[in-house]
Design a protein around this ligand. Structure first.
Ligand code: FAD
Ligand code: 2HG
Ligand code: ZN
Length: 484
């Protein structure tokens, strides 16, 4: 991949314009005129996995929609390429520059604007941190319809731009349904005000949907209106071990049947993911014996006693039927949190050996775990997997949002290795395409999956997407070199 010379290089004159526009010293991190050291720019140039790294010399931190509009208009007029950046927790390399694109960080636009306690509609700036929004809502008795492991750093705007799925999708559905309105700035500086706060609005094309999951390729989201829900006063969490994937499917069926309206999460973790967590974190294991699979079930309802009883009865039933081998129900909030950490902490621990190959896949549920077995067999037969230093692959791990048929296939490695890559790609994508799955369930495409989008979108779909891109961003300044 080469830098596209249609884009201008950032000059001290450009920087002077941005300084004049944004005023505050901290709003412009300038490595062009030598104002800041390279190390200060590094957090904006490098992604969360430390896998993708750009060479931007300029970071802009606007504090209003008007600022964003003036920045983009100037960049568009001067053919300066930009990368919108939220919390920089994305997992496909989409949030960092590839070459010298200007980073537009949304971190200073972090206000909570309004909340309607009757309807539950919340309006926040794009740079509001997800956990901040959720804590605010908790104080009002409400809950944000999205939760994920990176909640302490990711932005609501970044969540919307990636159409993040996360841990509550089973209960509340996707952001395509929960986002009521968006204010965004187009590359030419036009402010698109579609910040509707109502649930119903059938007045032509629903243009805001293009920004949900658009990964910053057609404009910058500046404000978001979200439909939030009543927070359940009674939340219970159970964690259990099972001996086969067939049993995991049976347990999921039973959970839906028996817990019905109070079921709020059903997450899957294989035994390897839990053993990795034990190795890296060394926390006390919730269950004594090792199992091939583990599930985390959460219920959210309005009657604590009744819900707890229902969950216990469910556990008893699936234990009697020998669907699950062992299980535990959290006795208090601290224990519930530590059980959730067995699921949310996996991603972080996987980086322990050096690198990780990540695949975020939608697969018909019956075959979901087969991919992990097949990849493991492939790695073994190619001599790539083993306990010793001369094997690049540490293990092949699977976990994910079982309730949404979303597998996270992870291959932790001691070092990135061309032979491993060759054994994985396109093999994994072909496997997915054969089963009509999706090569990206919730993380997006970014740069990581760019070459493989054809496995999930045909030529007609790609042509239509490109037409939309050209319509919104004719100069191609928004997040170039990524999926479109
Ligand atoms: P960034 O990483 O900064 O950006 C992501 C993309 O959005 C980039 O293409 C960027 O250009 C664009 N973007 C950011 N802000 C804007 C904006 N205001 N306007 C336009 N474009 C913008 N994802 C899930 O779906 N489910 C999970 O359960 C989940 N768990 C995670 C757990 C961990 C520990 C980590 C590290 C990540 C996880 N993710 C998960 C990945 C997920 O995509 C992000 O955490 C989150 O949605 C990205 O938000 P962000 O603010 O960090 O965006
Ligand atoms: C999760 O569900 C995240 O924990 C991250 O989507 C998944 O690291 C991964 O592969
Ligand atoms: Zn996930």
């Amino acid at each position: 991949l080469q830098r596209d010379e249609k884009y201008a290089h950032v000059t001290p004159e450009h920087v002077a314009f941005f300084r004049d526009l944004l005023g505050a010293e901290s709003a412009v991190l300038d490595g062009v005129g030598g104002g800041v050291a390279e190390a200060d720019l590094e957090p904006f140039n490098e992604d969360w996995m430390r896998k993708y790294r750009g060479q931007s010399r300029l970071v802009l931190r606007p504090s209003s929609t008007e600022d964003v509009s003036k920045i983009l208009k100037y960049c568009n007029d001067n053919k300066l390429a930009v990368v919108p950046q939220g919390g920089n927790t994305g997992l496909v390399g989409g949030s960092v520059p590839v070459f010298d694109e200007i980073v537009i960080s949304m971190s200073r636009m972090n206000a909570i604007h309004s909340f309607d306690e009757v309807s539950g509609s919340l309006v926040v700036d794009a740079g509001c941190i997800l956990e901040v929004a959720d804590h605010f809502l908790a104080s009002k008795g409400y809950i944000f319809p999205l939760d994920l492991g990176a909640k302490g750093s990711c932005h609501v705007g970044g969540n919307v731009a990636t159409n993040a799925g996360g841990l509550r999708l089973l209960r509340y559905g996707s952001l395509h349904g929960n986002v009521l309105g968006i204010e965004a700035v187009l590359p030419d500086g036009t402010i698109m005000n579609d910040l509707c706060t109502l649930r119903k609005n059938n007045t032509g094309y629903d243009l805001k949907q293009l920004f949900i999951g658009g990964e910053g390729t057609i404009g910058i989201i500046t404000k978001v209106a979200v439909q939030c829900h009543q927070r359940s006063p009674a939340v219970n969490v159970a964690y259990f071990g099972l001996e086969s994937y067939d049993k995991v499917q049976l347990a999921f069926r039973e959970a839906k049947k028996q817990l019905s309206e109070i079921l709020s999460a059903f997450e899957l973790m294989d035994g390897k993911s839990q053993r990795i967590l034990d190795t890296v974190k060394g926390d006390r294991k919730p269950l004594d014996d090792d199992h091939a699979f583990y599930c985390l079930v959460e219920t959210s309802g309005s009657n604590g006693e009744h819900d707890y009883e229902k969950l216990e009865k469910f556990l008893e039933d699936v234990m009697t039927k020998e669907i699950i081998a062992d299980g535990v129900v959290a006795q208090d909030e601290t224990q519930a949190k530590s059980l959730w950490a067995r699921r949310e902490g996996i991603t972080e621990c996987l980086g322990h050996w050096g690198g990780v190959y990540k695949y975020d896949l939608s697969i018909p549920i019956a075959e979901l775990y087969q991919l992990v077995e097949d990849v493991k067999a492939r790695m073994t037969s190619e001599g790539l997997l083993g306990d010793t230093e001369d094997h690049p692959v540490v293990d092949v791990v699977g976990y994910g949002h079982m309730g949404d048929a979303n597998l996270h296939l992870n291959i932790p490695v001691r070092r990135y290795d061309a032979a491993v890559e060759k054994a994985l790609e396109p093999y994994v994508y072909e496997w997915i395409a054969e089963r009509k799955g999706s090569i990206s369930a919730e993380h997006g495409i970014g740069v990581a999956k760019k070459a493989y989008i054809g496995y999930s979108k045909d030529e007609t779909m790609m042509r239509l997407m490109k037409q939309i891109k050209t319509l919104y961003d004719p100069n191609g300044i928004m997040n170039p070199y990524k999926y479109i």
